[in-house]
Design a protein around this ligand. Structure first.
Ligand SMILES: Nc1nc2c(ncn2[C@@H]2O[C@H](COP(=O)(O)OP(=O)(O)OP(=O)(O)O)[C@@H](O)[C@H]2O)c(=O)[nH]1
Ligand SMILES: O=C(O)[C@H](O)COP(=O)(O)O
Length: 249
């Protein structure tokens, strides 16, 4: 699509409640700092994309508002009621009302995102009624969604949203495009996602934070202990490539 009047939205929930599913391996302050680093990575990438004419952060968190303001990025008021899905729906209405033709939603927990991936999403997108989706590799989620117009379908962000978004696009008669992008395959929700992300060095704040804080070392040590215990009980696990590659990583 022509990039004219295309805006990105980054939904961010309160850092104090972020990343609960990482509780088994990270302390509260580590989860908070990780969530901030990931958010900054996503925001810094999106603000560098020339094809976007606006970037908005949807949040009620004062620190997220400040981090956005530091970069001259606007924030949208989070209605809070309705959670993530309500926040994205509200953003769609606001962007449409101010004349944006399309909305790219990128959750704040996909720190591997790069400008080339964003360009690919935009180049693949059709017009005028289209939905372009990037799936998460593992959990059935949606790691990026471009909609034109912004409210062409109601969003289903929350759980298993990729399949639901595909169905909604098909039933609404919108053109549906899906594309798998390596830089957008991991949203960091669970300990295994952290290990996957760490497998490839990246010039991100998130990677730097995980290394410098000692979290990466700690996770690798823990995974080695768990793997060695598991292989005592399940010797054939060693033959499973996905498990053994993470163990070696
Ligand atoms: N504005 C807004 N963003 C949200 C809300 N809930 C989740 N998000 C954001 O949506 C993205 C995906 O969120 P989740 O993976 O569901 O939640 P999380 O805090 O990242 O992780 P968990 O606490 O483990 O569920 C992240 O960028 C969150 O900050 C919400 O109610 N409002
Ligand atoms: O895909 C989604 O709906 C959102 O990214 C939330 O999914 P998650 O809980 O897998 O992060």
């Amino acid at each position: 699509m022509t990039a004219h009047r295309l805006a990105a939205v980054i939904p961010v929930k309160s850092f104090s409640y972020a990343k609960q599913r990482l509780q088994p391996v990270l302390s509260g302050s580590e989860r908070r700092l990780l969530a901030q680093a990931m958010f900054e990575d996503v925001m810094d990438t999106l603000t560098q994309c020339r094809a976007l004419s606006g970037v908005y952060v949807m949040t009620s968190d004062p620190e997220a508002v400040q981090l956005a303001a530091d970069r001259g990025v606007n924030t949208l008021h989070d209605p809070i009621i309705g959670g993530l899905s309500g926040a994205v729906a509200s953003a769609a209405q606001t962007l449409k009302s101010v004349g944006f033709e399309g909305m790219l939603v990128v959750p704040a927990d996909v720190p591997g995102i790069d400008t080339r991936s964003v360009d690919r999403i935009i180049n693949q997108h059709g017009a005028p009624r289209s939905v372009t989706l990037v799936p998460a590799l593992r959990d059935g989620g949606t790691n990026a969604m471009l909609c034109s117009p912004p409210d062409v379908i109601p969003n289903c962000f929350g759980h298993n949203s990729f399949r639901a978004h595909c169905q909604l696009a098909a039933s609404s008669g919108a053109q549906l495009n899906t594309l798998s992008l390596p830089q957008l395959q991991y949203d960091i929700d669970r300990p295994l996602d952290l290990l996957s992300f760490l497998q490839q060095e990246s010039p991100t704040r998130t990677y730097r934070f995980l290394i410098q804080s000692g979290i990466a070392d700690r996770l690798h040590q823990t995974s080695r202990s768990v793997f060695s215990l598991a292989s005592t009980f399940f010797p054939y696990a060693e033959q499973t490539p996905a498990i053994s590659s993470i163990h070696k990583g």
